[in-house]
Design a protein around this ligand. Structure first.
Ligand SMILES: [Zn+2]
Length: 264
């Protein structure tokens, strides 16, 4: 497969919302970045990245002015953005929203994006107030409480109630492939509500189930289980479809996850 394909993870029950991810196919990058690397922050050819972004925007049906990216610092920071932020992280000389790993907006037609390769894109919709959020959840942000922070800030900013939220978890490194060392396992054990369900031992090795960790945190904020859709496929198992930092030994590209409310 070499054609540019957009995978649609939009849930049926979320009318007007969109949650889509790109794959690694359909771009012009070569070598470890082949071929649709969308991140200028990895040592890929920058002209190739710009061409890939142009193609991805066309396939998504978006102009750069309607897209906003976060800096992604592996923390728990969340920023609320509006039309004045359009193009941040995409337009030339317009850096991404600094110091945060999640963005929220209630502006119709404005789309949020994160760049991932094993970390989980997590989209959250308020189906009543029509606010939307998108987070980049790796182990650091997750253990720092990013998933719970988003729910809290949506409640404070938009008056969102847990019963009206709908969460979709996109592709990331699965519990099948995410082996972790004793240090990280210890941190996860100390910080997660129910660590035994997120840390697994197999053949003397320890694996972290990040979606389980994210879901536990969301459940702890009062979100019903029925409102959390785990659409995660493992990036390392599916390295021919997605970029996987772990499976590639660190040198690889990033794909986009994009979420927004298209409008009434
Ligand atoms: Zn896997």
């Amino acid at each position: 497969m070499s054609e540019l394909a957009i995978l649609d993870l939009t849930p049926d029950q979320a009318l007007g919302f969109r949650f889509r991810v790109t794959t690694r196919h359909g771009g012009v990058s070569t070598g470890p970045f082949a071929s649709l690397n969308l991140s200028p922050a990895v040592p890929d050819n920058q002209a190739a990245v710009q061409e890939n972004r142009r193609r991805a925007l066309a396939a998504l049906g978006l102009t750069p002015q309607r897209l906003i990216g976060a800096e992604q610092t592996h923390g728990n920071g969340v920023a609320v953005v509006g039309p004045e932020d359009g193009g941040r992280g995409v337009l030339p000389d317009s850096p991404p929203v600094p110091g945060v790993d999640a963005l929220l907006t209630a502006e119709p037609g404005l789309f949020l994006f994160v760049q991932v390769a094993d970390c989980y894109p997590v989209a959250i919709f308020d189906t009543r107030r029509r606010a939307v959020g998108l987070a980049h959840c790796g182990w650091r942000g997750t253990l720092a409480g990013l998933p719970a922070n988003i729910v809290r800030i949506m409640a404070d900013t938009f008056g969102s109630r847990p019963d009206d939220l709908l969460v979709v978890i996109g592709p990331g490194i699965g519990p099948c492939c995410y082996e972790v060392g004793p240090d990280l396992a210890g941190q996860a054990r100390a910080k997660l509500p129910d660590p035994d369900r997120a840390i697994h031992r197999r053949a003397e090795r320890t694996f972290l189930d990040l979606p389980a960790a994210i879901i536990q945190q969301l459940r702890a904020t009062g979100l019903p289980e029925s409102r959390i859709l785990n659409r995660a496929s493992c990036t390392a198992c599916n390295r021919t479809t997605f970029y996987s930092h772990r499976a590639a030994g660190g040198l690889t590209g990033r794909f986009w996850a994009v979420a927004g409310w298209a409008g009434p």
